[in-house]
Design a protein around this ligand. Structure first.
Ligand code: R7I
Ligand code: MG
Ligand code: MG
Length: 319
C-alpha cells in the first residue's frame, strides 16, 4: 500500500467515526419512519440536542483507544482503562453499563475484572465496538493480533462474549477496508465471506447475521427488512452487522453509506460511527465531504486532535 494512501485511511477511519457519531447524534433513539418524516434523507449535521458536529461517547472512547495505542506504542490494558476514566464526560451520553464499569475502575478494580461485573457477567452493549477503529487500523495487517487486542480492549468495559466478538468483527471490517483499494470494484460477497471465516465458534450469532447480509446484497431491500434481519439497537449483535451492511451496500458512495446507516433509526450515532469507521478506512480522509469536516467540533480534543492521533498511529506503524 502506498504510504500516503495508508495515512489517509488511518485518518479516515478515526475522523469518520466522529462524522457518523455527529450525524447520528441528533436522532439517536428515533425510529426510521420518524427520521424520514422529520428530516427526509439526513445528510447535514443538525444543530439540535448537543449541537451540530458535536461527538458523543462513541468518539470520546475512540480517542481513549487512540491515545493509549500511541502513548504505549501498542496495547496496554491498564493505560487504556485509565484513559477511558480520565476522558469520561457524562454529558457525552454514555450507556449505563459503561458508566458502571468506569466507576468500578475509578474505585481501583483491576482493568481486567471491571467489565465482567457489569450486568452480572458483562454487558452485551455495542460500547466496545463503536470505539474500535484505531485498533482495526493499527493491527490492519495482523488479524490474529487484531482479534486478541480487540477482545482485550472490549473486556475493559464489556466482558460479554458477544461484545468481544463484535469488537473483533468491527475491527476486522476496518482492517479489510484499509486493505481494499477504493479505485477498484469491491467484491462484496467475498468481503462478507472473509468476515464469516474470521468469526470464531463463539460468534455463531454473527455468522448468521453475515449470512443475512450476503442475501440482502442480492437485491435492494426496504429499510424495514434490513432492520428486521440485522437490528438497529444498542446491543453489539444488533448493530455491528448493520454497520457492515450499511458500508458494503454503499461502498462506492461514501456519503450515502453513513447517511443510510443513520436513516435506519435506533442507535443512529453508533451505527453511523461504526459505518463511518469502515467507510473512512476504505475511502480515506480525502473522501470526506468538506462541509462535514467543517462542522466537526474542533476544541482541545476535537477534529484536529483526532487527526493528529491517527497520524501518530500511522507513523508508529511506518517505523
Ligand atoms: O454498550 P454501552 O456503552 O452503550 C453504548 C450506547 C451507544 O448507543 C452510545 O451511543 C450510548 O448511547 O450508549 O452501554 P451498556 O449500558 O453496557 O449497553 C447498552 C445497552 O445494552 C444497555 O442500556 C442495555 O439496554 C443493554 N444491555 C443489557 N441489558 C440487560 N442485560 C447490555 N447488556 C445487557 C445485559 O446484560
Ligand atoms: Mg453515543
Ligand atoms: Mg449510540
Amino acid at each position: 500500500m502506498n504510504p500516503d494512501k495508508l495515512k489517509d485511511k488511518f485518518i479516515g477511519c478515526t475522523l469518520v467515526t466522529h462524522v457518523g457519531d455527529s450525524l447520528g447524534m441528533p436522532v439517536e433513539g428515533y425510529d426510521c419512519k420518524t427520521i424520514e418524516m422529520k428530516y427526509g434523507e439526513l445528510r447535514e449535521m443538525l444543530d439540535v440536542r448537543m449541537g451540530a458536529g458535536t461527538y458523543t461517547d462513541d468518539t470520546e472512547m475512540m480517542i481513549g483507544i487512540a491515545e493509549s495505542l500511541v502513548q504505549c506504542r501498542g496495547f496496554n490494558g491498564r493505560d487504556m482503562a485509565g484513559r477511558f476514566v480520565k476522558l469520561y464526560n457524562p454529558e457525552r451520553g454514555y450507556g449505563g453499563g459503561t458508566v458502571r464499569a468506569l466507576s468500578l475502575l475509578r474505585e481501583g478494580i483491576d482493568w481486567n475484572f471491571a467489565g465482567e461485573r457489569v450486568f452480572g457477567g458483562g454487558s452485551f452493549g455495542n460500547g466496545s465496538s463503536m470505539r474500535i477503529a484505531p485498533i482495526g487500523a493499527f493491527y490492519y495487517d495482523k488479524p490474529d493480533d487484531l482479534r486478541k487486542i480487540a477482545c482485550e480492549s472490549s473486556n475493559i468495559t464489556h466482558a460479554h462474549p458477544y461484545c468481544k466478538e463484535g469488537a473483533a468483527l468491527q475491527a476486522f471490517a476496518v482492517a479489510k477496508a484499509i486493505n481494499s483499494d477504493p479505485s477498484e470494484e469491491l467484491d462484496k460477497q467475498s468481503f462478507v465471506s472473509d468476515m464469516i471465516t474470521f468469526v470464531s465458534d463463539e460468534g455463531k450469532l454473527y455468522k448468521a447475521k453475515l449470512q443475512h447480509i450476503k442475501e440482502l446484497l442480492e437485491y435492494v431491500p426496504d429499510k424495514a427488512e434490513v432492520i428486521d434481519r440485522l437490528g438497529n439497537d444498542s446491543s453489539a449483535p444488533n448493530s455491528v452487522p448493520t454497520a457492515i451492511y450499511s458500508f458494503i451496500s454503499h461502498s462506492h458512495d461514501f456519503e450515502g453509506s453513513v447517511s443510510y446507516a443513520v436513516s435506519l433509526g435506533g442507535d443512529t450515532d453508533t451505527i453511523g460511527a461504526m459505518t463511518g469507521a469502515i467507510s473512512g478506512a476504505y475511502h480515506g480522509k480525502s473522501g470526506i465531504p468538506q462541509r462535514w469536516l467543517n462542522v466537526l467540533e474542533n476544541g482541545e480534543r476535537g477534529r484536529g486532535y483526532i487527526e493528529m492521533l491517527a497520524e501518530k498511529l500511522w507513523e508508529l506503524k511506518s517505523l
